[in-house]
Design a protein around this ligand. Structure first.
Ligand SMILES: Cc1ncc(C[n+]2csc(CCOP(=O)(O)OP(=O)(O)O)c2C)c(N)n1
Ligand SMILES: [Mg+2]
Length: 456
């Protein structure tokens, strides 16, 4: 009982602007409501389990902490470096050929072309917004260059009602769900059309309609929240799961470990999708961890896990689809490690030249996930160079028009920052709002840009 309350309070997310307080309350309500009507057995009587497995008087270990183990009479240390490395599942090779025909996903021409076209549009949006950020037209920007396959392959395998917790380099997942280029740019610019009313930093997208929880800057924040949400959904009898994206760097956060353990012990349907792109800003993976990547951690928490070629859109699709099936049918978390490479600098704030070689970046640019899928669709005679350049040109037009349109919009009124924090504004916040109002009136001349804001 106490544990349930703890999880409800700590793991049910404090959604920010877009999801708002109402969502948090309704999830809490769901959690408490189902406590009395549909009790879920979340605790195991280990001793009872042991008795069922084997008689208590045999010469086998009966420690509650490891009742499946056996005794040995020679000392054995486990040296992970002597164990087999987890293999990487792939479907398409670099030439765009299916390696094992039985693994070809039955997605059909229309869906595969839609996936490819979305990857190209995503790539173009990233390119334009990167430059716009460098020119100071929008705030900070982060590209998912090289990770388009991981984004779109996974998004296509999820059900629309699965709730997504993303890190920040998963704009493709949101795009696949229907977030428009206009909406992306409105958010990055923080104009009056932005669903978050410009109260978040650029890139901190969220959409209640698309079941995409607003992004939090502190790494791994969403990971325990995802476990809590999956727990609430399980108790509510939902037919959906939670998908939580995180990076190899975020996997080192304490919250990642708490999340894995909660999800596993509470047996909740959540997919922990790690984009292992080799770097956490300037920290490369061999400085980040000593074990066999992130997938190896799954077993330690009793989670199913798999390592996948994250640059192979089909392998990502198949793995997420199968992982979702396991999570839902067995009500348990699954850890999926997508091996990929961050081609771009971490963000427009930093320069990657200091910590990695140009040849390394060139290598991965040559073997880009978009090229691999293009080779496949070209070999299937669904696509050709002419269609490719036409679509590329169209995506540039879509993005540039959206940028112009977004820049022409007014900004939300600065007083918006005080709204929606509480159901009713408390006196101390009202005092701050009034103080700001007085300040702006007194120093109007110092704020010429205010005319670009909507009136109160
Ligand atoms: C708690 C916390 N510490 C540090 C940061 C600064 N920070 C932002 S992104 C990042 C790297 C994350 O790397 P990774 O999880 O591998 O994701 P990637 O950028 O490679 O997609 C760091 C350290 C942060 N946002 N939050
Ligand atoms: Mg990384």
């Amino acid at each position: 009982m106490k544990l349930r309350l703890w999880i409800a309070l700590h793991c049910v997310p404090r959604f920010s602007t877009v999801f708002g307080r109402k969502v948090r309350r309704s999830l809490l309500f769901t959690t408490t409501r189902f406590q009395s009507s549909t009790p879920i057995n979340t605790s195991h009587d280990v001793t009872e389990e042991m008795k069922r497995q084997r008689p208590i008087d045999d010469d086998k270990p009966h420690f509650p902490g490891t009742w499946k183990s056996t005794y040995v009479d020679t000392m054995q240390f486990i040296k992970p470096e002597l164990q087999d490395t987890i293999p990487i599942y792939r479907v398409l090779n670099w030439e765009g050929d299916i390696v094992n025909k039985s693994e070809e996903p039955n997605l059909g021409q229309d869906t595969i072309l839609q996936m490819y076209k979305t990857m190209v549009k995503l790539h173009t949006m990233d390119k334009v917004l990167w430059s716009a950020s460098e020119e100071g037209r929008i705030g900070l920007y982060i590209k998912c260059d090289g990770e388009e396959g991981a984004n779109i392959g996974s998004a296509a395998a999820l059900d629309f009602l699965d709730v997504i917790y993303a890190q920040y380099r998963e704009q493709g997942v949101l795009m696949w769900r229907g977030f428009t280029v206009d909406q992306f740019i409105d958010q990055c610019i923080g104009n009056v059309r932005d669903g978050g009313r410009a109260r978040q930093m650029s890139l901190h997208y969220g959409s209640r309609e698309l079941n995409y929880v607003t992004i939090s800057s502190p790494l791994a924040t969403g990971m325990p929240q995802a476990a809590g949400t999956a727990y609430a959904m399980k108790r509510a009898g939902s037919k959906n799961c939670v998908a939580c994206y995180f990076g190899d760097g975020a996997a080192s956060m304490g919250d990642a470990h708490a999340a894995f353990n909660f999800a596993s012990t509470m047996e909740v349907p959540v997919l922990y999708i790690c984009r292992n792109n080799g770097y956490a800003i300037s920290t490369c993976s061999d400085q980040q961890y000593r074990g066999d990547g992130i997938a190896s951690r799954g077993a330690g928490y009793g989670m199913c896990s798999i390592r996948v070629d994250g640059n192979d859109t089909f392998a990502v699709y198949n793995a997420i689809k199968a992982a979702r099936e396991i999570a839902m049918s067995e009500s348990r978390p699954v850890l999926i490690e997508l091996m990929t490479y961050r081609i771009a600098n971490h963000s427009t704030n930093e320069d990657a030249v200091g910590y990695r070689k140009k040849e390394e970046i060139d290598f991965w640019s040559r073997y880009h996930p978009i090229d691999r899928l293009r080779k496949y669709i070209t070999k299937m005679c669904w696509w050709d160079d002419e269609k490719d350049s036409e679509w590329l040109e169209e995506t540039w037009k879509i993005v540039l028009d959206a940028l112009d349109g977004a820049e022409a919009q007014l900004k939300p009124n600065p007083f918006e920052m005080f709204n929606d924090v509480y159901d009713e504004m408390p006196p101390r916040l009202r005092k701050q709002a009034e103080s700001m109002q007085r300040h702006l009136k007194e120093h109007q001349k110092e704020y010429p840009l205010l005319e670009k804001y909507t009136p109160e």
